[in-house]
Design a protein. Sequence first.
Length: 609
Amino acid sequence: MHLPLIFLPVHKSHIDYLLLTFILFCHNIKAPYIAAGNNLNIPIFSTLIRKLGGFFIRRRLDENPHGRKDVLYRALLYVHIEELLRQQQFLEIFLEGTRSRSGKTSCARAGLLSVVVDALFTNATPDILIIPVGISYDRIIEGHYNNEQLGKPKKNESLWSIARGVFRMLRKNYGCVRVDFAQPFSLKEYLDSQSQKPMPAMLSLEQALLPAILPSRPNDVVDEGTEAALGDSRDLSSEPFRRQLIANLAEHILFTANKSCAVMSTHIVACLLLYRHRKGIDLSKLVEDFFSMKEEVLARDFDLGFSGNSEDVVMHAIHLLGNCVNITNTSQNNEFFITPSTTIPAVFELNFYSNGVLHVFIKEAIIACSLHAVQSKRYRNGINNVPPNMISQEQLVRKAASLCHLLSNEGAISLPCQMLYQVCHEAVERFIQYGILLVAEQDDQEDISPSLTEQQWVKKLPEPLSWRSDEEDEDSDFGEEQRDCYLKVNQSQEHQQYITFLQRLLGPLLEAYSSAAIFMHNFSGPVSETEYLHKLHKYLITRTEKSVAVYAESATYCLVKNAVKVFKDIGVFKETKQKKETFLELSSTFLPQRNRQKLLEFILSFIVL
Ligand SMILES: *[C@@H]1O[C@H](CO)[C@@H](O)[C@H](O)[C@H]1NC(C)=O
Ligand SMILES: *[C@@H]1O[C@H](CO)[C@@H](O)[C@H](O)[C@H]1NC(C)=O
Ligand SMILES: *[C@@H]1O[C@H](CO)[C@@H](O)[C@H](O)[C@H]1NC(C)=O
Ligand SMILES: *[C@@H]1O[C@H](CO)[C@@H](O)[C@H](O)[C@H]1NC(C)=O
Ligand SMILES: *[C@@H]1O[C@H](CO)[C@@H](O)[C@H](O)[C@H]1NC(C)=O
Ligand SMILES: *[C@@H]1O[C@H](CO)[C@@H](O)[C@H](O)[C@H]1NC(C)=O
């Protein structure tokens, strides 16, 4: 039986769709219809695509003159897509509206996906196979998105700018591209499985994170009522259920596409230079570290987009990173010394490439930062005669889950069907397996707190956060009866260095978020969101220019946007719409200065200075 295939690639560069169509063409697979923003419909390119057998579908779901969904257009699009699926044509849909500016895969826009799901439900086709596609470039033809990260207005994609990019690509060496097709899955089976198993109640970020930030506040936002919000109806006529289903599907696809993106040599070199050897490193040591990180990436089940001798690969990557690295010849042992350039554009660009490897380590980085938070908090609060080098596993996992929530706009940390609490628990277990965390012996534990029985200890912890019970699966092996255990950090130099590296990986994110919280201290009155973003960005850029910032790359515009978005999501800001503009003002919860201070302290607790 023939089924329509839908390719859903990540979107990293202008040439993504050309590349994919070309690859399918070379393998005798019929070229897909491409649904992407209008800005991709550029004369010569679309001719090329048509020659290869593909077509563009104009997509206008998100932009329209009245700020409302264009009902007529949506209806036409629906009929068009349904007809294509009926004819078993292939589609290529870019879920991310625009190319990823940060080098990370950005959040999903799911309009077209809901049209596809509808088509399946009206039996236009018996099933649809979904194929997430990962694409990685050694170097994108655009070079970087620095102008946008520095806050300059986005240029329209013109034929000329793209043609220039392509000519540059042909003339200069842009290294390799990797396209990875993930295992196709049946949309029908996915939807069936989703409507049978109970969907974990989706708490808003406000409900999930606020109790961790303001623990003393009566948790009136979280009551049992929230769980009923989705209702029992698991059919698509229930709008909230439907929206959640589509959002989860989009996230599932993007996560899988993202997971299959190969890690390129430039990603690893940029990451090592920024977060391991920011002050510079001998080439031979860089090659050594490159080899170790390559092994670590493979051990975590990610693909590599290069092969061969590490030394050659590192030279290739350094060559591609060009101006961003400074190579000097130390006269001593005839050795090259490599430093990352310190100019703002260079650091932004290195950060862009380094983000290509962030997802490999993100969960471990979250644990490493939470480790710091739990240790320093313990130290401050001086919990009863537990020596400062002991950590409660339960507390660590809980802290890590709250950090996952805080960073949820930076890309999915796990599949939407997985529970964050469980994901963090497993990440901690892996630290124990690696030998980074050591489980304190039974005797040790009794030595520490002979007076405290397990039950009493549990009572001393703050109330379990609401998501704990909501997210817990029935067959979760983390039952109530499982006792908390105490952990110690292995003091070996190797592991300490690794933890430091992981903590630095999240440094720029946490610095941007904490600076955004500091900036809010002066907040007064409603201000338009555009203006606020602009001012906040200027504040961050100034910190970087004056070298107040620890990480210059904390001033990238996408971090500014994500920080404001997460503050809106946790209810720091109240949004009001006037005419076409969105205005921000502080919500009543965060109007008192002390609550803004608590938010800042919460973020700072993860930062290692
Ligand atoms: C981009 O195009 C839109 C309309 O297509 C126009 O309104 C806008 O001014 C253009 N922007 C630039 C920077 O040229
Ligand atoms: C994609 O990768 C980025 C980092 O490259 C990561 O933050 C995120 O988990 C992934 N995004 C999605 C939507 O899965
Ligand atoms: C490269 O490094 C050397 C030595 O550290 C320094 O003198 C030089 O200014 C640097 N060049 C650039 C372009 O940063
Ligand atoms: C480094 O410089 C020294 C002289 O300063 C020169 O003899 C040597 O060949 C250079 N090494 C490389 C690898 O270029
Ligand atoms: C700490 O880590 C080192 C290096 O992996 C290992 O050799 C050592 O056994 C670990 N320490 C303990 C107490 O397990
Ligand atoms: C807050 O306002 C004061 C005085 O207007 C100014 O000196 C300070 O730099 C501002 N702080 C921030 C974070 O903008």
